[in-house]
Design a protein around this ligand. Structure first.
Ligand SMILES: [Zn+2]
Length: 214
């Protein structure tokens, strides 16, 4: 799953072509017949494929997945990089009686939030990934949402400037304070299990005996 800032950078690069008509196609794809795209208008971008536009500009897509879609699905209220991101809705979701690391990856409330952002914001807010949202103080929940918005916005800015985003806990062996970092796979029962890094000293668990704690 690409994270929001990567998708946004892609969008930033290709958006000048939205609203233009395809005058010539190239490339090949097992899923789509590129000539079928000729004379169509680019309405939105999610996408090997080459689209040529009037005026000489063209777009080449590599390693992409293609599918026909009726209309773009955009819910700005759950998009962590949108000005319309609904904090109240996000806070309510985070406050549920389930591990916060599950809720953060729930795209219904945190669209664009991927595994890197999840690990980083939990560390920065000093929240254990398996803490139940219902046991966290409003201050902790607010801090988590603040870090989601701040980290993803900074990551996007860095990406647009060609800079690398530095992580503090993701794929690290030590946290910035020098403590050894733990790593395990966490996810909802029957759901996708994602690698999670955390520092047991900086990120205490609430309640202490969580559902996955031995
Ligand atoms: Zn630590």
């Amino acid at each position: 799953m690409p994270e929001g800032p990567s998708v946004r950078k892609f969008h930033h690069l290709v958006s000048p072509f939205v609203g233009q008509q395809v005058v010539k196609t190239g490339g090949s794809s097992k899923k789509l017949h590129p000539p079928d795209l000729q004379s169509l208008w680019l309405q939105d971008t999610q996408v090997r494929l080459v689209l040529h536009f009037g005026g000489g500009g063209f777009l080449a897509f590599y390693n992409c997945q293609m599918s026909w879609s009726s209309s773009p699905v955009v819910r700005p209220t759950s998009d962590i990089l949108s000005e319309k991101f609904h904090r109240g809705q996000a806070l309510e979701a985070l406050g549920k009686s389930q591990p916060v690391c599950y809720t953060l990856l729930d795209q219904r409330y945190f669209s664009g939030l991927g595994n890197i952002i999840k690990n980083e914001v939990l560390y920065r807010a000093r929240v254990h990934p398996l803490s139940l949202g219902s046991f966290l103080s409003p201050t902790h929940l607010e801090a988590l949402v603040d870090h989601v918005v701040e980290f993803s916005t900074n990551w996007l800015q860095d990406k647009l400037q060609g800079k690398q985003q530095h992580t503090q806990i993701y794929q690290k062996e030590q946290c910035p304070a020098g403590h050894p970092v733990m790593k395990d796979e966490f996810g909802p029962p029957g759901g996708f299990q994602r690698l999670t890094w955390w520092c047991p000293q900086c990120q205490p668990q609430f309640p202490p005996e969580g559902p996955h704690q031995p």
